[in-house]
Design a protein around this ligand. Structure first.
Ligand code: 3HC
Ligand code: NAI
Length: 707
């Protein structure tokens, strides 16, 4: 490979250029090159100043995450490079553009001056990977930005704008354009300052301003963080490193930071979060699709149905500047949908997240109509009408007639057969499922359902579109519930069986919430609507998609029958005091009667461990069946479905990653155990062939690929 760090010398300025696509990560060759560059500058009396810049779309976006699995990091360490920079007796100007993240910002903070192009994003996102900044970030950032702002940046991992960085003193200048010229001008000023006898500004030599910190400041800060064992481990360690920065000499606290980084790098949370980072990117790769696959352009979007989902879906497109038409059957429904959208944008504006000009601009991109002919010039049309097969078939047939040739027709169905709907359009190759999650303008996950005849061009186009609207897309084949809801069905099944066996909703929710799920199954269904959940179960059972077990989801059906629709009705699995769920003795009575009716012996020895195993291991088993059937491409796609769409804790990596961590042999042993204890008349505990095979061979789901 070409040297990733090149030097050029002109007019007594040495330009050090990093060129290591795709994101100029600080991999070993880059560190070697940078250290050599500093030595060359030090030894060259013809150099008055150094400009450090990077080629391509971004400055340095961080340390090389692919190196973090190694048992030991290979020297030179970033700290060696940064020390050499700070020791140079001539000014270094970092010229920043794109995303200046992690080790990239640490690199910039080791230069003497920083100029950023407008639009640059700067941040220390390491906590999102379960680590602390490992090359002086926790030490240098508080010295320039102050303890409080530095902690906020590092414990959230959220990037800030160049303007904000200027306000905080992280950069010295923001250039509206012509970054190179701005850096050269800055270099000339720095050279003059040196000649005038000014000392070079070296951040590590500055002291930290602690005047505004109240006694107990760090402990108070820690209390606001998520607990260490609930994904907050790295954030707590950030606080520890900053506390050390305040108390110790720079060299000592830098050494502590490095030790902490090394410890976290190999931690379970970090391994899981790194898995999620790469899995998200892997999900975008579709096996069999050519890298140069042609894609269609999407300049106009149509959404049919302006209900809960349709209005949320439409917002995604308006947010990125794509004109979108919403088509409804009545003016009242249209007004409701557009009113919801306006209300949402105005609330965002009131919170300062949008300007009123942005609200006006987005609303101007959204038009409503009662005439479906308005869809004829749309490039992508998404139907989000009621979940009813006959209606959807009728709607799809009409779309087949109305939409222009080459338009992509998508369905947001959550339970219906995409292939049947595709046939109804008369152009199945143009049809795809786009399963948005509710609220559609918020949830990151988009399940892309590939029909039997969906063309590669359509698939590639919607994957690119998903990225454009900020979604993480995962491809699923056609089956009942697709990947996510099919697995969630198993999870809910076990939750309800456990309830009838004697566990309370609070115990079930508590057990999985202690594991890290944001919300247990009972609270979740109460919030989403017991009626919505029950109707789906009743309909699917009627169609024979959920088997013939009379006990199956007996609780949700009963609650529905009794009008206990969840939070909106004030009662469901829980009783609600405002929005607060409280245990309801009536639920216990209902469930106990169901248990008697269905022959469950109630017991009081159900442990949290059993709950977690029965809910999650059965779901993992279902995930393996999904892989075996070719519904999902790879295990990590399933992890993304669950972390991005169902609040599975990212610091646990997703259910399939969890399975590898627990060990597939251990999982199959527990599935066999439950089959023995409960019997297996309905095949609930039948271990998937894939899981069984991998367990026997000592294999791992993460390494599995279809033949
Ligand atoms: N190390 C290794 N590979 C990286 C990387 C990194 N830091 N950042 C991105 N990549 C890779 C991605 O895996 C992807 O590879 P692929 O094409 O083979 O899938 C490729 O670069 C492009 O990445 P994206 O698809 O994410 O491109 P985007 O343009 O959407 O986003 C980005 C660019 C904002 C830079 C985003 O990639 C990102 O957020 N990267 C991670 C940034 C980060 O976390 N930095 C801190 C790293 S840890 C660190 O610095 C430790 C230090 O303190 C010592
Ligand atoms: P909804 O009941 O809120 O909205 C449906 C809308 O479609 C109504 O406004 C109705 O007037 C309109 N409509 C009916 N027939 C129409 C037609 N012929 N032309 C134009 N508009 C028509 O329903 P919701 O919840 O938005 O669901 C829509 C679809 O999204 C369903 O397929 C559902 O399964 C799916 N979905 C729902 C999720 C949810 O959480 N609500 C999650 C994921 C998918």
């Amino acid at each position: 490979m070409q040297n990733p760090v090149t030097l050029s010398h002109k007019d007594r300025i040495l330009t050090v250029d990093i060129n290591y696509p795709p994101v100029n990560a600080l991999a070993l060759p880059v560190r070697v090159g940078l250290l050599a560059a500093m030595r060359a500058a030090q030894d060259d009396p013809e150099v008055d100043a150094v400009i450090l810049q990077a080629s391509g779309r971004t400055f340095v976006a961080g340390g090389d995450i692919t190196e973090f699995d190694q048992p030991a990091m290979i020297d030179p360490h970033c700290n060696d490079v940064y020390a050499a920079m700070e020791q140079l007796d001539r000014p270094i100007i970092a010229a920043l553009h794109g995303t200046v993240l992690g080790g990239g910002l640490e690199l910039a903070l080791s230069a003497h001056y920083r100029v950023a192009l407008a639009g640059t994003q700067l941040g220390l996102p390491e906590v999102k990977l379960g680590i602390v900044p490992g090359a002086g970030g926790t030490q240098r950032l508080p010295r320039v930005a102050g303890v409080s702002a530095a902690l906020d940046m590092m414990t959230s991992g959220a990037p800030i704008s160049a303007d904000r960085a200027l306000t905080l003193g992280i950069v010295d200048e923001v250039a509206a354009s012509h970054l190179r010229e701005a850096a050269l001008a800055m270099a000339q000023r720095a050279i003059q300052a040196c000649k005038a006898g000014q000392l070079l500004p070296v951040i590590s030599r500055r002291s930290i301003d602690v005047s505004g910190l109240a006694p107990g400041y760090f402990d108070d800060y820690r209390r606001r963080l998520p607990p260490a064992d609930k994904g907050g481990q790295a954030a707590h360690e950030v606080v520890r490193c900053v506390e050390a920065a305040v108390a110790l000499e720079f060299a000592q606290s830098l050494a502590l930071e490095r030790k902490v980084f090394e410890g976290l790098r190999l931690s379970k949370q970090s391994q899981a979060l790194r898995h999620v980072f790469f899995a998200e990117r892997e999900a975008a790769r579709i096996p069999g699709l050519k890298p140069d696959q042609r894609v269609r352009s999407i300049a106009r979007v149509g959404v049919l149905g302006a209900g809960t989902m349709g209005s949320g879906i439409a917002m995604n497109f308006a947010n990125v500047g794509i004109p979108t038409v919403l088509v409804e059957t009545s003016q009242a429904a249209l007004d409701r949908g557009l009113g919801f959208i306006r209300g949402h944008y105005e609330t965002s504006a009131a919170k300062g997240r949008l300007t009123s000009a942005q609200v006006a601009q987005r609303m101007s991109l959204l038009t409503g109509s009662l005439d479906d002919q308005r869809l004829h010039d749309c490039d992508l049309i998404i139907e989000a009408v009621f979940e009813n097969l006959d209606l959807k078939k009728q709607v799809c047939a009409r779309l087949g007639q109305v939409c222009k040739p080459g338009a992509i027709i998508a369905t947001n169905t959550s339970t219906l057969d995409v292939d049947v709907l595709a046939q109804a359009t008369g152009r199945a190759q143009d049809v795809v499922g786009l399963h948005f999650f509710s609220p559609a303008h918020v949830m990151r996950l988009l399940e892309v359902v590939r029909g039997a005849q969906t063309s590669p061009e359509v698939l590639a186009t919607v994957m690119r579109m998903a990225r454009q609207i900020g979604k993480v897309a995962v491809v699923s084949g056609v089956c009942y519930g697709f990947i996510g809801n099919r697995m969630a069905e198993v999870y809910m099944r076990e939750a309800e069986f456990l309830m009838m066996e004697g566990a309370s909703p609070a115990q079930i929710d508590g057990a999985v919430e202690a594991y890290g799920m944001a919300m247990g199954p009972c609270r979740m269904l109460d919030m989403a609507g017991v009626d919505v959940g029950a109707r789906t179960v009743i309909e699917a059972t009627r169609e024979g998609k959920l088997g013939q077990d009379p006990r199956y989801r007996a609780v949700v059906r009963k609650l529905f029958e009794l009008g206990r629709f969840g939070q909106k009705a004030g009662v469901g699995y829980y009783r609600y005091e405002g929005r607060k769920p409280v245990a309801d003795p009536e639920t216990a009575r209902i469930v106990s009667a169901l248990a008697t009716q269905h022959g469950f012996a109630q017991r009081n020895d159900i442990t949290d461990e059993e709950i977690v195993e029965r809910l999650l291991y059965s779901m993992i088993n279902e995930g393996c069946k999904i892989l075996d059937e070719g519904i999902a491409f790879r295990a990590s796609d399933i992890d993304i479905i669950w972390t991005a769409g169902y609040s599975f804790p990212a610091y646990r990596g997703g259910p399939m990653f969890m399975a590898d961590q627990v060990g597939l042999k251990a999982i199959t042993a527990r599935l066999d155990h439950y089959a023995k204890v409960h019997g297996d008349k309905f095949g609930y505990w039948a271990t998937s062939d894939l899981l069984k095979g991998l367990a026997e061979q000592g294999g791992r789901l993460s390494a599995w690929a279809p033949h």
